[in-house]
Design a protein around this ligand. Structure first.
Ligand code: ATP
Ligand code: MG
Length: 235
């Protein structure tokens, strides 16, 4: 499995302004690679993950997965591609408030028509791995931010997707909890040989990646590392 980003451009327009977010992004993500993406707030990190997931469309350019262009797929084909290949961990968790934790985690498997007892067994085992076995029957609003993020990780992994896209929560988690949760994600995706594309503000987390890229002036460039410390980095 490989992911190719070819000349991706994306702008947002309203009546008065056009904001160029990505202006010709190129990159190839290799099988099993752990790629970290940094960049200041508003630089386009979430936009880029959404393009890779096929949740958003570029103005121009191509996202190619194993040689297949997302831009040539219908919405249904893209939905199937996402179901089979992508585990998305959203910046704001996106757990469904009316479903119990176990139901949130097993939902992607149920949508993929996995038998309910099998889906639930997988969900229980993942909840165990993220240290939340005893919270299976709680609703999301009973959980702390870090716990919700761990549920989101379990949900993203339940179908063993080849590509995990993770948008690091920023405001919601303190940095120690955030780092622990991200390390758990990194360990789990290495063990399962997923591609991991992780948006992070942390140098410490980025230093564990195979490669670190940065979105700067609407392009994806090599990360300059600590010398290029961003002004909005935590101290
Ligand atoms: N649907 C939209 N309509 C208009 N502008 C948008 C939309 N989505 C994103 N933007 C703008 O595009 C830019 C990039 O947004 P994006 O969410 O990708 O940034 P980010 O790097 O993920 O930031 P953060 O670190 O704060 O999450 C921002 O200036 C944002 O305001
Ligand atoms: Mg974002």
């Amino acid at each position: 499995m490989s992911v190719e980003l070819i000349d991706l451009s994306k702008s947002y327009r309203d009546a008065e302004h056009s904001r160029e977010v990505l202006c010709g992004v190129n990159a190839t993500i290799a099988d099993n690679e752990f790629l970290a993406i940094r960049g200041r707030s508003g630089s386009g990190k979430t936009t880029l993950l959404n393009l890779i997931a096929g949740l958003d469309t570029p103005d121009s350019g191509i996202v190619r997965i194993d040689g297949l262009s997302l831009q040539k797929m219908s919405e249904n084909e893209k939905a199937a591609y996402r179901r089979e290949n992508i585990g998305f961990i959203f910046q704001f968790f996106n757990l469904l408030p009316t479903l119990k934790i176990i139901e949130n985690v097993s939902l992607p498997a149920e949508l993929a028509k996995v038998r309910q007892d099998e889906a639930e067994a997988r969900a229980r085992s993942l909840l165990e791995s993220v240290g939340l076995a005893d919270r299976a029957n709680d609703y999301p609003d009973k959980l702390s931010g870090g716990e919700q993020q761990r549920v989101a990780i379990a949900r993203a992994l339940i179908q063993s997707p080849k590509i995990i896209l993770a948008d690091e929560p920023t405001g919601n988690l303190d940095s120690v909890m955030g780092a622990q949760v991200m390390e758990l994600l990194i360990e789990m995706s290495r063990a399962r040989r997923h591609i991991l594309v992780l948006v992070t503000h942390s140098h410490q987390i980025a230093s564990k990646a195979d490669r670190v890229l940065m979105i700067k002036d609407c392009l994806l460039v090599d990360d300059p590392g600590l010398e290029g410390q961003l002004s909005d980095d935590p101290p």
